[in-house]
Design a binder for this molecule. Structure first.
Ligand SMILES: [Zn+2]
Length: 190
């Protein structure tokens, strides 16, 4: 059945949405981001994956998960470069959002205002367990929030924290299993 507007160039588009995926290290945030971007691409949506240039743990030009999944991504140095890097994409996925800082929320709101959707993955808590920008404001703006968890490295309970296992007071220390462990509320800081 044809609808009004069909065939006249007025394509019906779903309302743009902002999705936030958060949780501690090793909870599968990047895997969930990749899954969503791949599934949208298979449905014919123009997608673009973006990652911070700071995060070069595995590869520049790719999002690589701890489990070894990979997705081509554009690396940018700051949140302000994201709109340019997004090109004409209808769905923009951003990994390691905590590396972009508080400015990422405004970028996401602008993308939504342009009729595009965004999926943002990252740590909502820092290594001290405190709120990590851009998440406090980003979670407020998000249409959908997905909080992932994984077993605590000490007791196996549900982790909400990323405990830093190397000595540093810096808020950002790029690292994997050698530098962080997922911890539940009880085992965090022990
Ligand atoms: Zn525990």
């Amino acid at each position: 059945m044809s609808r009004p507007g069909a065939g006249t160039g007025h394509q019906e588009r779903a309302a743009p949405t902002l999705t936030a995926i958060c949780g501690p290290m090793f909870s599968g945030k990047s895997s969930e981001l990749i899954r969503r971007l791949r599934s949208a691409a298979e449905a014919g949506v123009a997608v673009r994956a973006i990652k911070p240039r700071l995060d070069t743990r595995y590869a520049d030009g790719e999002i690589v998960t701890h489990a070894g999944e990979r997705l081509t991504a554009v690396s940018v140095a700051t949140a302000l470069e994201i709109e340019l890097a997004a090109g004409d994409a209808e769905l923009i996925g951003m990994d390691e959002a905590h590396f972009f800082g508080a400015g990422l929320t405004a970028v996401c709101v602008r993308l939504i205002g342009q009729g595009r959707s965004a999926v943002v993955a990252g740590l909502e808590r820092d290594h001290r367990g405190e709120a990590f920008e851009p998440f406090p404001h980003l979670l407020c703006e998000a249409d959908e929030v997905i909080k992932l968890t994984c077993p605590c490295s000490v007791c196996g309970g549900p982790s909400v924290h990323s405990q830093r296992m190397v000595a540093s007071d810096a808020r950002i220390v790029v690292g994997g299993a050698e530098a962080y462990e997922p911890r539940c509320r009880r085992c965090f800081g022990t």
